[in-house]
Structures are given as C-alpha cells and as structure tokens.
Ligand binder design. Sequence first.
Ligand code: ZN
Length: 394
Amino acid sequence: MQRQILKGNKILFGRPGKCKFASGCVIIEDGLITDFTRNEPNISQSEIINADNDYVLPGFIDNHTHGAIGIDVSGCTIKELLKLSEFYASKGVSAFLPTLTTNSKVNLLGFISTITEYTSKKTDGASILGIHMEGPCISEKYRGAQSAESIVYPRIKDFKDYISASKNGIKTITLAPELPGAMETIKFLHQSGIAINIGHSDASFSICMDAFDNGVGCISHFLNGMRGFHQHEPSIMGAVLFRNDIYTELICDGFHLVPETVKVINKVIGPERIILITDSIMATGWADGQYDTPCFSEPLVVKNGDAHLLYTGSRAGSTITLDRAFKKFIDFTGTPIEIAAQCVTINPANHLGLNDRIGSIEIGKLASFTFLDADLNVVRTIVKGKTEYQSFIK
Ligand SMILES: [Zn+2]
C-alpha cells in the first residue's frame, strides 16, 4: 500500500461552501483520502507532502472545455489529449470534460472513440471524467461560433449511438429544449444518468420549466448564446431565477460576462449554484493575433485574450484557464476563497453525479488537490495521490 501524509496549515477539509480552512494532516492510501488528523500521525514509511502555508483545495474540475495550446478535442489525437491533460493540470485542474461542438454524426462518433480510447488508458495530467457534447442539437439563432450545417433535431437513436461509442462515457449533453423531439430526448438522457444542460437556446420560460422537471439541471455558459430576459417572456434567465435547484455555468473572463453581471449573478443566484467553466478553445495559451484554425470556418482573431470570428464577429469561446477564472470570480465578487471554492469543485461534481468520488477533501474520496499560493497562483496539482504539476517558484 502506498501511504502519503499531506501536511498543511490551510486545508479545506469538508464540503466547500460549508467548511473553513484548517491546519492538520490528510492521510492518503493508494490515492484515496482515508483520514484527517489535527496532529501529525506517527505512521512510518509514508511520503510527506508539505503544503506549508499554501491553500489546499479539492482538485479543480472543468466541466466545459474545448481545448487549449493549439489542440481542439474535436478531432485531436491521443497524444494531443495527453498534452492537454498535462496543460490543464498546470492550471490547477484535476479533472475535466473534453467538450465536443456541433459536427456531423460520423465525425462526432470518431471524436468520441478517440477520447474513449484515451480515457481507458492510465494517463498523466488531469483526468478525463467523460465527454460533454455541446451540440449538435442547438438553436440555429443562438449557435454563436458553432457551424450551422450540422445542427440537427434531437433523436434518441443518435444519442444511443453516441453513448455506445463512448462506452457510457458521455457525462453531459448541452441542447436546446425548444427543438422538436427535445423533451423525449431529455427524459431518455436523464434516465441514462447523463447530466443535461440547456445551452445555445431560444427556449421560453415554460419550456425551461418542462425541461427542468424532466431532468435538466444546469445552463451552459449562462446568459451567453441564449435568449435574454424580457418582461413578456422571462425565458431562460427568468426560469433559473424562479427555481432554486438549477446550476449555472459561468465564463468568468470579464468579456463573456462583465464583472457587474458576475456580481449580480453571485448575489441573486449564489455561489452554491455557480459552476465556473473555461469554455476554452485551442487558442488558449496563444498570443494575441489572427489565426486560421480547423475548428472554425473563418479566421479567429484574439485581442487581449478575447476570441472572435473575423467576419461574423461572434465570440468564439474563451482563452481563459480555470485558475484565472477562479481568481477573477473572487476579484469581481469579493467572495472568500473557501466559499468560491465550491464553484470549481463540489458544484461541478454534484451536477455530474460524481460527488461521492470527487469535489471535496473528505474521507473516502479521491486524493486530488489544488494548491494555491497567497496570490492564488497554482503551486501544485495532485491527481489521485500523484503530483501532476508542481511550480518551482515559491
Ligand atoms: Zn462551449
């Protein structure tokens, strides 16, 4: 048995949002958290991991990312998936959902097979929890930068094929519930244990209510790529405000949502229903400039880190990383670190139904941690007891 002792002065032991930082020792056995003690236990032959004064948070989880460092998960190779996993680990991410965008069925099946093959191997970096399909059943009107040609109405048969190609590895589907066939599909996906998001949608308030009652639990990149609130049709925003059980993904880069909007959402909806995501694209990690990419039909322009398509001007995902999104959320809202932590840990885990394994530092869960210094820079990322990233500048 491999035994480790993680010692620190600021460990967020317990449920993020409901616990405070404590000093003590986390006992890890074979990649699992088995105990927490205030005083150093007398256990011989243990590896000591010293966190000193770094904040020790549960490993960050990104439920929505399309890629980074020149790699798009739609069509990349197994080698590239490894590179991406290592890149995410360097940004504090312990686990993520590679997120596919709208494409033809044959292409999607191919992308799913590659990711599934990669996931079945023992790999380094952040681990893949499964696949998020953002499309192809979305509103043409609110498709944003996604391609119009491959948008289709939802059919249970298609999703059965995707699920089977993924060997039950599809964890989230983003769709527009107003499309013909959507409600039956939502029921089917819910029964299949898949988390469902509304996104790129023109849905009315009443359609959203039906969708929530049938199993939708989250809104993809809330307020971006969807019909807005109107006094005659409160739509998606109204439906989310009306309920208190729906998660909202936020792209907290200051562009998709200005800081004041993030403040309002944090106040009205609250951090317990916010999931910070990156929605990052392959240009993440690139300098400003104009790029031809295989994933967009027109050139991509990145200016001050904000990515747009050259001709249509559509915002094309983000170039933010999850550590920076976390920092910005705290800057914009003034939320204490231990409260904000739930937006990148337990909330995404809850939405995926994986909160028995990940999302908090509790006995019985995977030993995945994100260490941050006093300025909230990532110092170390541990995935299942293994250090996947460590900064040497302290
Ligand atoms: Zn996206």
